[in-house]
Design a protein around this ligand. Structure first.
Ligand code: ZN
Length: 382
């Protein structure tokens, strides 16, 4: 789910290669709704280095995208058209064109950002997508700006590069396919072990406090919270819903601060396994999400979902603002007469989020659980 589907037919040759590389790195997606997102240091090395063993043979990689592609950081990373890339490239200097459009390399220690120690964000020189932050920059001594982690793993794609008698991983901007440099796994003292070695010519630095270009800003989002039983399956399904940018498993509605899964399972924290949903209100809306939430579970079961028994599995909506509260209450009232429930009352609770009702993200191993571990939860078919 946290990967992307790529439409190769309508893209430029440059985009095609980048897109295939992206599909190889992150796997096919069936929705086009979200990209691979932010990896942990533990798995980032696998994410960027595994592609050499991958093969490009998945028909799904060639399917048409079904709308914009987002990163978890809520940036629109839909590959740009050839025409748009050519338009953007008019601003480049000859040296920038050589590096960005022709996979060139600037001489070591010559780029203007090698020794930049200011705090800020490094965005793509061509399309302005945020790529790296100063907090991930380190002095590698190689003569090129070096970073141990991107802003979002979905903002960078990797390509197998066998030029100059070496096997390397070339890195490109995910949105415009502009050449950035290469990534190496030779930085053991950094949190990820990786060194993203980038040409200064491929980057533009925006110091903290300076205005970001519009193209460097994330899309406007809204947030919703739904508890519908075991969060593994609920997160998985919601992440695939068109217009959902990110779904995160967590705990909400209880009395314990910063709860752990062990505490939740003891049943005395009163938290519900809850999924935080960040969505694009231009592509979906709260009413559609409410409808999907009800199709994901049986809202007439009190403090359980099938074999999962306990208050942590209760049906619960945590609303953000008065509009969501009114919409959720109206929806539940309407659903009381739904023939699907055969006269059983809907027991879904509605509580305002905010104040002491905080969302606590679950431990890392719970996130993207079915993607990492396979399998699926027994849930009603939506
Ligand atoms: Zn770009």
């Amino acid at each position: 789910m946290k990967s992307m589907i790529i439409g190769v037919l309508s893209m430029t040759a440059l985009c095609v290669s980048a897109a295939i590389a992206h599909a190889v790195l992150f796997g096919p997606n069936t929705t086009g709704g979200s990209a691979a997102g932010i990896a942990t240091p533990r798995n980032m090395k696998d994410l960027y280095m595994k592609h050499e063993r991958a093969t490009i043979n998945n028909e799904a990689d060639k399917a048409q995208p079904q709308g914009p592609v987002y990163s978890k950081a809520a940036h629109d990373i839909t590959p740009l058209s050839k025409e748009r890339i050519e338009e953007l490239a008019k601003k480049l200097t000859p040296e920038e064109r050589r590096v960005i459009l022709a996979s060139g390399t600037e001489p070591a220690f010559c780029g203007n950002l090698v020794d930049n120690k200011k705090q800020g964000t490094y965005i793509c020189r061509l399309c302005s997508l945020p790529l790296f932050e100063s907090k991930a920059k380190f002095d590698s001594g190689t003569g090129w700006p070096s970073f141990f982690s991107p802003v979002d793993t979905a903002h960078i794609v990797g390509l197998r590069d066998t030029s100059h008698g070496m096997v390397r991983v070339e890195i490109l901007c995910a949105r415009c396919s502009g050449h950035l440099g290469h990534v190496f796994d030779d930085a053991p003292r950094t949190p990820t072990g990786l060194r993203f070695c980038v040409n200064s010519a491929s980057l533009e630095f925006i110091e903290d406090g300076q205005k970001m270009p519009d193209a460097a800003l994330p899309v406007a989002t809204e947030t919703a919270y739904f508890a519908a039983g075991c969060f593994w399956g609920v997160e998985d399904r919601l992440q695939r819903f068109p217009g959902v940018i990110d779904a995160v498993s967590g705990y909400m509605g209880g009395k314990t601060k910063e709860p752990t899964y062990e505490q939740i399972c003891r049943g005395d924290t009163d938290h519900a396994e809850t999924v935080k949903v960040v969505f694009d209100p231009k592509r979906t809306n709260y009413d559609q999400l409410l409808g999907f939430f009800f199709r994901l579970h049986d809202p007439t079961q009190l403090n359980r979902q099938g074999p999962d028994v306990g208050t942590q599995y209760r049906s619960h909506i945590f609303t953000v603002g008065e509009t969501q509260k009114a919409a959720a209450e109206k929806f539940i009232k309407e659903q009381q007469g739904n023939p699907r429930f055969k006269g059983r009352p809907v027991v879904t609770r509605v509580s305002p989020a905010g104040g002491d009702v905080k969302f606590y993200a679950a431990e890392e191993y719970h996130q993207d659980y079915h993607i990492k571990n396979g399998g699926h939860c027994a849930m009603p078919e939506p």
